[in-house]
Design a protein around this ligand. Sequence first.
Ligand code: SF4
Length: 292
Amino acid sequence: MTTDAHALFQSHPRSYSHNKYVYPVLSRRAKGLSIGVNINPDKSCNFNCIYCQVDRSTPGTVGPIDLEALRAELEQMVELAASGRIFEGPQFASAPAELRRLRDIAISGDGEPTLRPELPQVVDICAEVRRRSGLDDLKLVLLTNGSLLHKPEVAVALKTLDANNGEIWFKLDAGSQHFYYQVARSAVPRWRILANLIEAARARPIVIQTLLMRIDGVGPSDEEMGTYCLLLRTVASDGGRIKLVQVHTIARPPAESCVTPLPDAEIDRLVELIRRETGLPVEGFYGAAAEG
Ligand code: SF4
């Protein structure tokens, strides 16, 4: 990869021009251009991950989402990306040819999107803009920690997602209960995450996103990795469908300084281990390639 392309993947601003909600990212995980929709400008989350890479040095913006502004930003960005004009601008001028393609609209950003009451309307807007774009293979992606998928209003959003080439990217960083509480530092009980994981994977094939890291210089233990693989096998044996496991590590400054990225060779080793132990498709992404 060229130095320019490398820098492109590392560059991951959640702002573009004067936009408040919508930003473009060259995404190796999406294998092209991803349009991010940040519905957490308030930076709210019910997890407090030790590796969180959201910049909390500045406060978020509270208040309701301006849905009409979001729609206008999204329409404009999809047009810019689908027409290819976005690659004429300075931010993506050096993007490799094979990545010059709009792949998805990803609802993600600076917090947990399922916390926002506007989620169903936001998914509706994304679906409508996608339909009008005429790009049949354009995906809608919801990045989530999975803690609130059982809520009726979130279920409404998932239904729309399912009907519009949608995908859930479910964050699962821990196999054991102990490691979950150590990493996520959340009041959400572990059983709730697991129940939602199985339910979501039974309803449609999902993507698992797992961030692995060193804590105080030490990577995940063999025991933890064994428990994690067992959990994935249990989801599958309970009727859950996992279409892909994405393994990545940190790429930007984390919440806690005890957290550092895993070296590339360690990512490769763990990807191979998960593949072997679960039989699932697994993709690894190195530190410089990670996106949050
Ligand atoms: S990494 Fe995601 S789930 Fe974890 S605290 Fe940050 S925003 Fe929340």
